[in-house]
Every structure is written in structure tokens, then in C-alpha cells.
Write a protein that binds this ligand. Structure first.
Ligand code: 1PR
Length: 877
């Protein structure tokens, strides 16, 4: 795959099969044989073999350790290669000295950039010994994977930037593909590969190199010409919303604001989560466009860099980032200090090259330039001179053309005759409002806000000449309409240039992709809305319209703050120490709890505590409500009839009925029914019942079996009521190993888990799972996901390091043995390494533990949520 990480270099002299993706799009080997997608200019008549092997055939001993040596020459996107190596379970050793190369068991040399600038780096004083070591290593035919430039540099020379010498280990010249026969250059994409749905092609190439015995390398059929596969790209328009959060948004003809009184920015969810989902869904590439980057200094958007870093940890297809790439002088005097580690004096001027470099370092494979490319093209067309100073020219010179996309935002202007304008016009399939048969496409800048005196055709040709490697061809008229691509426009541009054109705007059905590939020369198709729509069933693009929560302190978000007499409170420090604003909200946690993380996943704000809501407020209850209350249990209906200590389950259900009534008035009977049927009902309760049972020394207490049956019977009755009043999708949460919380451990002389408590917990969980199953067969339209919290958390306790934890016995906040003799009060001490701790206080998990829980049940395997996970529950009809 392009730019990618793992594209192009596992081959033998007779089995070269991958396409590449550089500005040169080169790859060679067999002398005298031009295969489609290969260009080899042999020098002399030597035949030559390179084998990227790490098996016994190479004469090297079989590699058994997990260490991979990585040669990072300092440019381009090496982050994605690192992430992929780690993802496959290998450790990385960076080359520091020539010795590191000579002693490597297997060596990976990734490189993205331009040949000349990379050779400049390698020829610098200090690198000479390294290049010598590299030659020796390869000549010894030891396991080596060269990626893109990392492979090209082994040849004698390249013509990418004039004639520049390479390392000369492999005879031959790296030369440009001949585009006169219609081949698009850069040649981007997969060639000669049959990709099955869900197969990680890029990763599997790397996997085969690292673990050659795990899968046999198949020889592709020889001599068969093959075509590049067309790519499908998922695009995420990203911007800061009115609250200052970086969100994915999507416009209709570039208008991203909701058509409501509040006129807020449409929020479709979190960039990292959505990118991860689209990668899993099979997108060939992901693009992030920072759509307000033109307004301000783009690296002021530090979160954008973080988005790239986090995304590249789990997304192994090429990432493009665009928006605001230009030279910039910050009038506000702000400095992007992280750019200047190597410089003594930070300046207020930032070059587009610096901005691009930061994006590449953070995980981008390509950058996309919009407005600045328009200005550069206008200047070039006016003067006929390539100054070499535009962002487009500078970035492509250093990082290679394949790393630079130009994003065009044209608007259709109908005309009667092509002679009416000085710009290239085309005949249109669907005439204009007054019967006009032609149109030209006017380029815009600043997110479509300003039209410029240049057409899309002229711009495309100019930016190709200036060094663009690809064109992202949007169309403002079609954006977000779901009625199909503008075929006339895409034909016009894709026939005009020899670089790849990405068709964008208007995809609303699978057929639209087939149509654009059949009728035009587009190499790829990009879409946004169609991906988001699949993800979001809620009216505002959230995955669900609302979340309703019933439960205990694990998910209380502040209801108990409103119970004047309760002892079960958490509205004082150190609770909330990691919550935004270090706010003690009433959550029994250092930060967010499970329901907060769930809300983030589905793109909703965490539902507010029921007792905090003024029911007269216009939007009250629409996104859901949280009824959970610290200390609540299933069976305490008679012990605290006034609900002074906590809101009992029956009372929580009663409150829900009031909310239901309100929604019926607000949305009408059908509206409320539809709204609730798509909402999530999050049920997490029962720990207090088990703790009470384990505390009780009453000889008359029921047998454990009877007790858990009482619990599930009562809970079942409550769930039935919720169903009667509209609930359909239940997330039923099993209990964690209650006997392992610090308060229980200190009752055990060994400080181990209380086995009796755990036994009752397991009994209850079994009964709960079985009750949920039966309920589904009894209640029409009900679906559920049962969270297997116990095995998940028990797994962490047994092997904390595997999940990034260190302390799984003691509480972080509290006092006494295991910090569990005195609860987390303001006078208690608290730990600083809170992300290492499983328990925040004597009963409750840390924010990190809650996050782990939600991450695993939301997308996890049946081991952690069954019969379906939460994402599947959301997608249930
Ligand atoms: O000018 O270098 O700062 O770059 C700004 C970038 O942000 C450009 O690439 C420009 O296209 C993009 N942009 C600016 N404003 C908007 C907006 O929507 N208000 N979004 C915007 C562009 C358009 C597409 C979209 C497709 C597919 N988004 O990329 O994803 O039209 O949508 P669909 O499948 O839903 O129809 P600079």
C-alpha cells in the first residue's frame, strides 16, 4: 500500500509482486524484463538477487528472539512502522552505531521522502560508517526489509532529483515509470494482491518478514500483468467545536452547523475512535482534514497531533492530514515550542515544511494542502516561474511527491457555452437551472468561503507541475448530498493529469463507487457521510440518541450529592483529582467512571444525575439521565424506605417513569417510542447486595443460591417495567470479583481475595446471565449485551502488567492497611501513580480501570461481552 509502511520489498529475483508508491514508482529487478508496474534499468549484464528472508535458507541462524533493529534516518513517518512492529509483538532496537547494524538479527529500514535528501543525510559525516555497515550487512544476505526509500537507496542511483548516487549494493537505476501509456505516477496502491475482507494486508507483509515460519510466502503467478486496485478512503473532517473539543464533523455543502436554534457544530464523535472503526471496516486509507486550520496556526491545534499519534497506534493504513498547511507568522506571539527542541531561539515564524514535518513525525504518511496550493498555482500561472518556495514545492522536494496531496474545493458554475469563460469548461450531464449545458468549476479557498479566479482544471495541471503527488477532488455542490459523485468534474480532471485523482463528495451508496471507477480515471474514491451514517443512528449523529443509567456507586455521577443525610458521598477531594477541572463531582473515582467512558464512546455527553436536572429545561432528558446512586442495592427495598442513604432501585425505576412521561409529552408517543428503542439502558448494580450478604452473620440468612435468586428475580421485574416503558437495548453488567477489592482483602489474613465473597459473586453473575437470556426470549424486541466483568478484572489481578497496571491490591486513596481501613477522605493520602492502580478507594475502580472495562466490553470478544458486544447491541435493529 502506498506510503506505507510496508509496501514493497519482500521479493526474490523472480517473484517481485508489489506495487510501490513513491514519486518515482520504481521497482526493479529482473534485467531485461519490463513487467507492468516494474521499471528496471539494468547496468551491465550482471544478474542479481535480493532476498528479504529471515529463515534458514539464508544461511543465517533461525531468529528466535523478538528484537527488531530499526534504522530510522530521521525523516518521514517512521512512527507507523514502529507501531506496526510493536503491534505484532516485537521489540525495537534503534540503530545508534554501525555496530548495531552489524549485530542485528533482522533489520528494517523504512524511509519516506525524496532520494536526494535522504542520501544527503546518509552522506553526512558520522553516517559513513553506518552506510558501510549497511552494505556489509546486505552483502552477507542477512534478513533485511527495506521499505520505500529504504529499498531504493540500495541501488546504484536514482533519477528522482536528477542523477543521485545510492549505496550501490544492488545494480540498477531507480527510474520513473513511464506515464505516457496512461500509468498514473506516483503509482499508489496495492498491485497483484487479492485482498479479502478484514485481512490486514500491510501488517501481514510485515508479519511474514518477522515470523517467516508462521505463514508461507506464496509466489505470485509469473508474468501476469496486474492492475492497481482502486482505493476507498474514509475522510474525517475535524474541527474544534464551540466547547473547545476536537470533534469529527460533517457538512452539507460545507455547512457543518446544525439547523437548530443553538446552531452548534455537528458533532459526530471522536476522531481517534472513528478512524479506528473505519480502519476495521476496511478503509484503504484515512484522511483527517482540519477544516478550520486556515484560520489560525494549525499546530496551535496540538490535539490534532495527538489524534495522529493515537490513531497511528492502531490504524495500519496510510494516514493523510490536511488543513492550514502554509507558512505562518503568529501574530499572537504564540510559539509551538515542541517544534524547536533543536533550536536555541524559538521564532514566531513557522514554515509549512516545519508544520508538515511535525505531522509526519506524528504519524501522517501524506499531507494535504488546500488554500495555499491555490495561491501557489495562481502565482505559477501568472509568472510561469516555479519559485520552489511554495509549501507544495518545498514539502514535495523534501518528502517526495507521493507525500503531498492537493485538496481542491471547487464549486460548479453553469454557463451556456464553453466560450463564455477563460477557464476550461465541460459539457454537463444534467443541465443547469436555466438549461445551461456547460459548467466550469471555480476553485475556492478557506473552506469554500472565497471563490478564486482559477478553475479546477487549471489548478490541477498547475499543481501537478509544481510537484503534487495526488489530487483530492472535492465538489462543494455534491458534498454531503449522498446523490453520487460529480462524474463530469472527475472525468475532466482525471483525464487532464497523470497523477492519481481521488474522487470526493457525494457518495451515498455502494453503486456510486462503482460508477465513479467505471466512468472516470479516478484512482480512489473518498467519502465521509456514508461512513458516519453507518456509525450513527441518532438524530445528531451520535451512535445512540440517549443513555439511561440505573445502578450504584460504580456509575453514580452525583445523585448522592442531593441526599442530605447520606454517608455515601464523593463530592469532596481527593475524588475527582483527575476529572476535568479536578472537580469532585460525586463520582467515586479519581476521574471518569464507566458510564463517562461509555458516553464518550457513543459520542454523547455523560448523562447528568437525575436529581440535578430541572425538568423544565428544554433539552432535559433528551440525551439520557443517570439515576445511579452510591450505596444502592437490588434488595434494600425495606431497609431504607425513605431513600435517605441512597436511591433504591425501585425508586430509580420510578424516576425513569417520570422521565418517560416527560419524553412522551416532548416527542409524542411515536417519537418517544423510537427514541427510547434506540437508546442504551446501562444497568450496573448488585455489589452492595453481595457485600451485605458477606457482612451478615445472621444465622437465618438465606442460602447463597436463594439469595442470588432473590436478587435476579427482583431485578428481572424492574427490567420488565423498563421494557414496558420503551427500553429495548440493555447493557447488563456482571459484577467484578467483589472479594478482591481492598476492603475485602483486609479481612483476609493473607491479604488475598475473599474466596467466599467471590464464590457468591460468581453465582450471582451466572444467575444474571441466565436471567437476561430468558428475559430476551420473553420480551418482544429486547436485545442485550451482558458484560463479563469478572473474568476481565480477575485477569488484570492475575497479570497486572499485561494490562498496564502495577498495583491491584491496595487502594490509591485511603489510609491503613492496603489503604482500605479508612476510606478516601480529604485527610487520606492518595497515590500519584493513579494509572497503575486498579482501585481508587477501598471499593471502587480507578478511572484507568473503568476505561479498560468499557474498552473491552464495547468492542471486545465474547469472552468479555456476550452474546454480543455493546457496539453490536447498538447496531441491533
Ligand atoms: O485550505 O489548506 O486549510 O485546507 C482545508 C481543508 O479542509 C481542505 O481540504 C478543505 O477541503 C477542507 N474543508 C474546509 N472546510 C470544509 C467544510 O466542510 N466546511 N471540508 C472542509 C471538506 C470535504 C470533503 C468531504 C467530502 C466527502 N470536506 O473532504 O469529506 O466532500 O463528503 P461526503 O462523502 O459526505 O459527501 P486548507
Amino acid at each position: 500500500m502506498e506510503a506505507a509502511p510496508f509496501g514493497s520489498s519482500l521479493f526474490t529475483p523472480t517473484s517481485l509482486s508489489f506495487s510501490s508508491s513513491t514519486s518515482q514508482s520504481l521497482l526493479f529487478l529482473r534485467s531485461g524484463n519490463d513487467t507492468v508496474g516494474l521499471k528496471f534499468k539494468p547496468r551491465g549484464s550482471r544478474s542479481f538477487a535480493v532476498r528479504a528472508s529471515s529463515n534458514g535458507d539464508s544461511g543465517t541462524p533461525a531468529v528466535t528472539d523478538t528484537l527488531v533493529t530499526l534504522l530510522d534516518y530521521g525523516a518521514g513517518n517512521v512512527r507507523s512502522v514502529r507501531n506496526a512492529i510493536r503491534h505484532l509483538g516485537f521489540d525495537i532496537k534503534d540503530v545508534q552505531t554501525a555496530e548495531d547494524i552489524l549485530t542485528a538479527n533482522r533489520l528494517i529500514f523504512p524511509g519516506v521522502g525524496a532520494f536526494a535528501s535522504m542520501m544527503d543525510v546518509l552522506n553526512e559525516k558520522g553516517c559513513v560508517r553506518m552506510t558501510e555497515a549497511l552494505r556489509t550487512y546486505i552483502k552477507e544476505d542477512r534478513p533485511f526489509l527495506g521499505i520505500c526509500l529504504g529499498l531504493q537507496l540500495l541501488f546504484e542511483c536514482s533519477t528522482e532529483n536528477g542523477q543521485v548516487n545510492g549505496l550501490g549494493v544492488i545494480p540498477g537505476v531507480v527510474d520513473r515509470f513511464d506515464s505516457s501509456n496512461g500509468l498514473q505516477v506516483p503509482h499508489i496502491g496495492w498491485n497483484a494482491l487479492k485482498v479479502r475482507e478484514g485481512s490486514d494486508v500491510g501488517l501481514s507483509v510485515l508479519r511474514r518478514f518477522l515470523s517467516p515460519k508462521s505463514s508461507m510466502l506464496k509466489k505470485p503467478a509469473e508474468g501476469k500483468a496486474s492492475k492497481l486496485a482502486k482505493r476507498v478512503i474514509a475522510c474525517l473532517d475535524v474541527r474544534t467545536n464551540d466547547k473547545g473539543d476536537l470533534v469529527v464533523t460533517k457538512g452539507d455543502q460545507y455547512d457543518v452547523r446544525e439547523n437548530t436554534e443553538e446552531n452548534e457544530v455537528r458533532n459526530l464523535g471522536k476522531p481517534v475512535d472513528l478512524a479506528g472503526q473505519y480502519y476495521k471496516d476496511g478503509a484503504d486509507e484515512i484522511s483527517f482534514l482540519n477544516i478550520t486550520g486556515f484560520r489560525d496556526f494549525p499546530l496551535g491545534d496540538l490535539p490534532m497531533l495527538q489524534v495522529l499519534r493515537y490513531t497511528s497506534e492502531n490504524v495500519f493504513v496510510p494516514l493523510t492530514v490536511g488543513g492550514g498547511i502554509r507558512d505562518f507568522t503568529d501574530a499572537n506571539g504564540r510559539q509551538a515550542y515542541w517544534l524547536f527542541n533543536d533550536f536555541e531561539k524559538p521564532s514566531l515564524y513557522y514554515s509549512s515544511l516545519g508544520v508538515a514535518a511535525e505531522y509526519f513525525r506524528s504519524g501522517a504518511d501524506k499531507v494535504s494542502i488546500g488554500s495555499d496550493a491555490v495561491y501557489a498555482a495562481e502565482e505559477y500561472l501568472r509568472t510561469g516561474v516555479k519559485t520552489g518556495k511554495s509549501s507544495l514545492e518545498q514539502i514535495s522536494r523534501v518528502y517526495g511527491n507521493q507525500a503531498v496531496v492537493v485538496s481542491i474545493d471547487p464549486r460548479r458554475v453553469y454557463i451556456n457555452s464553453p466560450n463564455d469563460v477563460e477557464f476550461k469548461a465541460t459539457w454537463v450531464t444534467n443541465p443547469g437551472p436555466n438549461g445551461e449545458e456547460y459548467a466550469w468549476y471555480q476553485c475556492t479557498v478557506n473552506g469554500g468561503r472565497e471563490g478564486r479566479p482559477i478553475g479546477a482544471y487549471e489548478l490541477a495541471k498547475a499543481v501537478e507541475a509544481l510537484g503534487a503527488g495526488e489530487i483530492l477532488l472535492n465538489c462543494i455542490d455534491c458534498d454531503g448530498q449522498g446523490k453520487g459523485f460529480d462524474i463530469d468534474l472527475i472525468k475532466l480532471i482525471s483525464n487532464a493529469v497523470s497523477i492519481p485523482v481521488i474522487a470526493s463528495s457525494g457518495a451515498g451508496a455502494v453503486e456510486h463507487f462503482s460508477e465513479v471507477f467505471e466512468k472516470t480515471n479516478a484512482s480512489a474514491a473518498l467519502a465521509a457521510g456514508i461512513f458516519h451514517r453507518k456509525e450513527s443512528s441518532g438524530s445528531h449523529g451520535h451512535m445512540v440518541p440517549a443513555i439511561f443509567v440505573l445502578g450504584d456507586s460504580f456509575v453514580d455521577v452525583g445523585n448522592n450529592n442531593y441526599l442530605p443525610l447520606t454517608l455515601a458521598r464523593a463530592d469532596f477531594p481527593h475524588n475527582g483529582i483527575d476529572f476535568p477541572g479536578r472537580n469532585a463531582t460525586g463520582r467515586f473515582s479519581n476521574g471518569k467512571n464507566a458510564v463517562d467512558w461509555l458516553a464518550e464512546k457513543v459520542g454523547l455527553p455523560s448523562p447528568p444525575p437525575y436529581l440535578s436536572i430541572d425538568s423544565n429545561s428544554r433539552t432535559s432528558y433528551l440525551c439520557g439521565v443517570n439515576f445511579a446512586s452510591g450505596g444502592a442495592s437490588i434488595l434494600n427495598e425495606t431497609t431504607d424506605p425513605q431513600n435517605t442513604q441512597s436511591i433504591a432501585l425501585w425508586q430509580q425505576v420510578d424516576y425513569y417513569l417520570k422521565v418517560h412521561e416527560h419524553l412522551m409529552k416532548r416527542l409524542g408517543s411515536n417519537g418517544a417510542k423510537k427514541h427510547l428503542s434506540k437508546s442504551l439502558f446501562f444497568i450496573m448494580i448488585g455489589s452492595n447486595d453481595i457485600l451485605r450478604y458477606s457482612r451478615s452473620s445472621d444465622p437465618k440468612k438465606p442460602t447463597p443460591k436463594r439469595y442470588v435468586n432473590q436478587m435476579t428475580t427482583l431485578l428481572k421485574a424492574k427490567l420488565k417495567i423498563l421494557h414496558t416503558y420503551g427500553a429495548r437495548k440493555f447493557m447488563v453488567v456482571g459484577l467484578p470479583p467483589v472479594g478482591c477489592c481492598p476492603s475485602q482483602r483486609i479481612q483476609n489474613v493473607t491479604r488475598g481475595c475473599r474466596e467466599d465473597t467471590n464464590t457468591w459473586t460468581i453465582m450471582y453473575n451466572k444467575a444474571l446471565a441466565s436471567m437476561s437470556r430468558k428475559l430476551k426470549s420473553e420480551l418482544k424486541g429486547m436485545s442485550y449485551s451482558y458484560s463479563r466483568t469478572y473474568p476481565l478484572i480477575y485477569g488484570v489481578i492475575q497479570d497486572p502488567a499485561s494490562r498496564g497496571f502495577k498495583e491491584v491490591k491496595a487502594a490509591c486513596c485511603g489510609m491503613g492497611d492496603l489503604n482500605a481501613e479508612i476510606p478516601c477522605l480529604s485527610i487520606s493520602k492518595h497515590c500519584s501513580n493513579r494509572t497503575d492502580h486498579l482501585f481508587w478507594d477501598l471499593y471502587h475502580p480507578t478511572e484507568a480501570a473503568s476505561r479498560l472495562f468499557i474498552d473491552n466490553v464495547f468492542d471486545g470478544p465474547p469472552q468479555y461481552s456476550s452474546p454480543i458486544n455493546v457496539r453490536q447491541l447498538i447496531h441491533c435493529p
